[in-house]
Design a protein around this ligand. Structure first.
Ligand code: AR6
Length: 172
């Protein structure tokens, strides 16, 4: 088996054919704006119905649901940290999001996983700090589990994000 690869693309994560896509959720897991809203719209109302059974999720952790009308089989819902200046454990919490999602993906036999840029939208985590944390955490997890994944992809919604993740991938 060849080594799993980390990719960066520009696009809409709701169209990605992966075993699992991550959702930058909030702790209620009951939907919202941004990528969360887009995922719920594309998945259909069954997604919210399943989310209601989960009773929320802590920041930095993740919970899994089916993907319903999405091309992805599963959704990994993870509430990222809201940026408060960096002194409230935000970096460790953000790393926890990526790790928790990959742990769940592994437990469910998902070999292909796509992530949006967690916390860098309305939660205002600085992109230049978030991208290296994301890349480093994913890379460390894949190194620990070299046989279990084919690819992990960062699906960026704008060119600025794509450039930040490309840079982080090249630097790390
Ligand atoms: N595909 C990929 N990325 C997307 C898409 C999409 N379809 N739509 C937006 N993005 P945000 P957060 C990008 O605000 O900062 C919600 O209301 C977006 O451009 O979605 O973690 C939740 O319910 C940005 O780069 O997530 C929470 O309350 C990135 O996704 C809160 O927002 C994350 O932006 C979470 O805030």
């Amino acid at each position: 088996m060849s080594k799993p690869v980390i990719q960066v693309t520009l696009g809409d994560i709701t169209t990605v054919e992966a075993d699992a896509i991550a959702n930058a959720a909030n702790t209620s897991l009951l939907g919202g704006g941004g990528v969360d809203g887009a995922i719920h719209r594309a998945a259909g109302p069954e997604l919210l119905a399943e989310c209601r059974t989960l009773h929320g999720c802590e920041t930095g952790k993740a919970k899994i649901t089916k993907g319903y009308h999405l091309p992805a089989k599963y959704v990994l819902h993870t509430p990222g940290p809201i940026w408060h200046g960096g002194g409230q454990g935000e970096p460790a919490l953000l790393a926890g999001c990526y790790r928790s999602c990959l742990e769940l993906a592994l437990a469910h036999g998902c070999r292909t996983v796509a992530f949006p840029s967690i916390s860098t939208g309305v939660y205002h985590f600085p992109l230049n700090l978030a991208a290296p944390i994301a890349v480093k955490t994913v890379r460390a997890f894949l190194t620990e589990h070299p046989e279990d994944f084919d690819w992990v992809r960062f699906v960026c919604f704008d060119e600025t994000s794509r450039a930040a993740y490309e840079l982080a991938l090249a630097d790390n």
